[in-house]
Design a binder for this molecule. Structure first.
Ligand SMILES: Nc1ncnc2c1ncn2[C@@H]1O[C@H](COP(=O)(O)OP(=O)(O)O)[C@@H](O)[C@H]1O
Ligand SMILES: [Mg+2]
Length: 456
C-alpha cells in the first residue's frame, strides 16, 4: 500500500489531482481550455496527416504495380545490379528463362547467370561500368536443366539523381526470337523477289509472244517466195541440164571436154541437186517454225470444250512413243476421271512436247522411265511428267522457257517446244513449271484450271 502511494505521488495524474495549486479556479480553468484546444488542433493535424499518408501510400502502391506490370510484360530479360555486380532486381522473363525465383536471385552475383564461354564478354559489363554502354553483345544465359539461351544483351550504367553511380541495368533479348523475326523477314524478301521475277518473266514472255507473232507473220511471205522460187529453180535446173546434154551431142568431143573443164560443169552438175534440196529443206524448217509460232500466237484458237483429261494424256503419250525408236517404260498415276473444260488440242500439244523432251533427254541411257501423275483440287488440276533423265543444270533452269533455247544438235531441236507450251498453258489460265526431282530426273508440272473461259 505504502509503495502505491509513493508511485501515485510521482505521476502526472498525481500532480493534477493532489496538487492543491492545480485545483480548478478561474485561472486554471482557462489554462485547461487552452490545453484542450491545443490537443484538438494536434488531433486534427494528426487526422489530416493520416489521410495524406494513406493517399501517398495508395499512389505509391499504384506506381509500384505499374512498374511491376511493365517489368512482367517485358519479353526481354531485365537484371538490375549494384556496382559490385550483385543482383537487386530481375523480371519475370528472367525467372522464366533461368528457372529461378526472384528471391533466390537477389544479392546473387549476376555473372554466375551466364555460361563459362560468355564470361570474358560478361566481364566487359563491369569493366565498362560508368563509361561506355555495351550494345547487342551475344551471351549465353544458363537455363533450367543445364541448357542455355543466347541473349543479345545491352548493358548501361545506372545513376541516382545526383549523378552518383549506383550500378548497371542489363537488358537481353532472346536471340531465338530475333532469328525467327530475321527468318520471317528473309522469307518475305525471297517471296517478294520470286513474285517480282515471276512478273518480269510473264512480262518478258508476253512481249516476246507479241514480237514472235509479228515476226512469224512477216516471215510467212518471204518464205513462200523462197519456196516458190526454189521449185521454179529446180525445174529450170533440170531443163538447163537437158539442154546442155542436147547441145553436147552436136559438139566436137574434145571441145566438149575442154569447155566442161573450163566452166567446171561436172562440179556444178553434182552440186546443183543437193544445193537445191538443202535450200528447200531449210525453207521447210523455217516454215515449220513459223507454223508453230503462229499456232501459239493464237491464230488458230479453238473454243474450250469439256474433255476427259486421262484420255488426252494417254493418247498424247502413245503417239509420241509410237513415233520414237527408243521406247521408255511409262507409269501412269492418273485420276480415274477428271473432266475439264478447256482447249483439248492445246493440252495435247503441250503434253506431246513434254513427253518428247523426256524421251530425248533419256536417249543415251539404258533405263528409261516416265512417270505421269495427276492431282487436283477445287480449282486446278496438275499433271506432272517426271523422267529418269539427268535433270536440268541449275544455271539452265531459268532459260528453259526462252524461245530458241535448246541443247539439242542443229536439226533436232528448235528450242521452241517449251516456250510455246508455256504460252499455251498461260493462255488457258494455267501454268507450266520445271524442277529437278530429289530422286533424280526433271519434273515438268502443267497446271490447268478445271474450267477455261471461252474468248469473247
Ligand atoms: N525433261 C527434261 N530434262 C532435262 N532437260 C530438258 C527436259 N526438257 C527440256 N529440257 C531442256 O530444255 C531445252 C528446251 O526444250 P524445248 O523448248 O522443248 O526445245 P527442244 O526440245 O527443241 O530443244 C532442251 O533442249 C533441253 O536442254
Ligand atoms: Mg522439245
Amino acid at each position: 500500500m505504502a509503495e502505491t502511494k509513493t508511485r501515485l505521488k510521482n505521476s502526472l495524474i498525481d500532480k493534477v489531482v493532489m496538487d492543491e495549486s492545480l485545483q480548478l479556479n478561474e485561472t486554471t480553468e482557462s489554462a485547461w481550455i487552452d490545453v484542450i484546444q491545443k490537443m484538438d488542433k494536434v488531433y486534427a493535424d494528426l487526422v489530416h496527416y493520416q489521410v495524406e499518408l494513406e493517399q501517398k501510400n495508395a499512389e505509391l502502391e499504384e506506381a509500384q504495380q505499374f512498374i511491376r506490370s511493365v517489368l512482367e510484360s517485358m519479353r526481354e530479360v531485365l537484371i538490375v545490379c549494384d556496382t559490385g555486380g550483385r543482383i537487386l532486381q530481375v523480371n519475370q522473363a528472367l525467372e522464366d528463362l533461368s528457372g529461378r525465383l526472384e528471391r533466390e536471385l537477389l544479392n546473387f552475383p549476376f555473372n554466375e547467370l551466364f555460361g563459362l564461354e560468355s564470361q570474358p564478354l560478361v566481364e566487359q559489363f563491369s569493366e565498362k561500368l560508368g563509361n561506355d554502354d555495351v550494345v547487342d553483345c551475344e551471351v549465353n544465359l544458363l537455363t533450367q536443366g543445364g541448357g542455355f539461351m543466347p541473349l543479345a544483351m545491352n548493358c548501361s550504367s545506372r545513376y541516382d539523381i545526383k549523378g552518383k553511380l549506383l550500378g548497371m541495368v542489363l537488358i537481353g533479348r532472346p536471340v531465338g526470337e530475333l532469328r525467327r523475326a530475321y527468318e520471317a523477314l528473309n522469307k518475305a524478301h525471297i517471296d517478294l523477289k520470286q513474285t517480282q521475277e515471276h512478273l518480269v518473266h510473264s512480262e518478258k514472255m508476253a512481249s516476246l509472244g507479241r514480237l514472235v507473232a509479228g515476226v512469224a507473220h512477216e516471215l510467212n511471205n518471204p518464205i513462200s517466195v523462197v519456196f516458190g522460187n526454189m521449185h521454179a529453180l529446180k525445174r529450170y535446173g533440170e531443163r538447163i541440164n537437158n539442154y546442155i546434154a542436147d547441145v553436147n551431142k552436136h559438139l566436137d568431143p574434145d571441145l566438149h571436154k575442154e569447155l566442161r573443164e573450163k566452166y567446171r560443169i561436172d562440179k556444178i552438175e553434182s552440186d546443183m541437186g543437193p544445193l537445191i534440196e538443202g535450200t528447200m529443206e531449210g525453207a521447210e524448217r523455217i516454215s515449220n517454225i513459223v507454223l508453230d509460232l503462229r499456232r501459239y500466237s493464237g491464230i488458230q484458237k479453238e473454243q474450250p470444250e469439256p474433255f476427259e483429261l486421262k484420255h488426252v494424256v494417254m493418247t498424247a503419250t502413245e503417239w509420241v512413243i509410237k513415233a520414237s525408236r527408243e521406247k521408255p517404260e511409262v507409269r501412269y498415276e492418273l485420276l480415274d476421271s477428271c473432266v475439264i473444260r478447256g482447249r483439248q488440242g492445246q493440252v495435247h500439244q503441250i503434253l506431246i512436247n513434254l513427253i518428247q523432251n523426256a524421251i530425248d533427254v533419256m536417249e543415251r541411257q539404258a533405263e528409261k522411265l516416265i512417270t505421269i501423275g495427276c492431282d487436283r483440287d477445287d480449282k486446278d488440276v496438275r499433271i506432272r511428267i517426271h523422267d529418269s533423265g539427268p535433270g536440268v543444270a541449275e544455271g539452265d533452269m531459268n532459260k528453259l522457257f526462252d524461245p530458241f533455247y535448246t541443247t539439242k544438235e542443229v536439226g533436232k531441236g528448235t528450242g521452241l517446244g517449251l516456250y510455246i507450251s508455256y504460252g499455251l498453258a498461260r493462255d488457258m489460265g494455267g501454268d507450266l513449271s520445271a524442277e529437278n526431282s530429289a530422286d533424280g530426273g526433271a519434273i515438268f508440272t502443267l497446271t490447268l484450271p478445271l474450267k477455261v473461259e471461252a474468248d469473247g
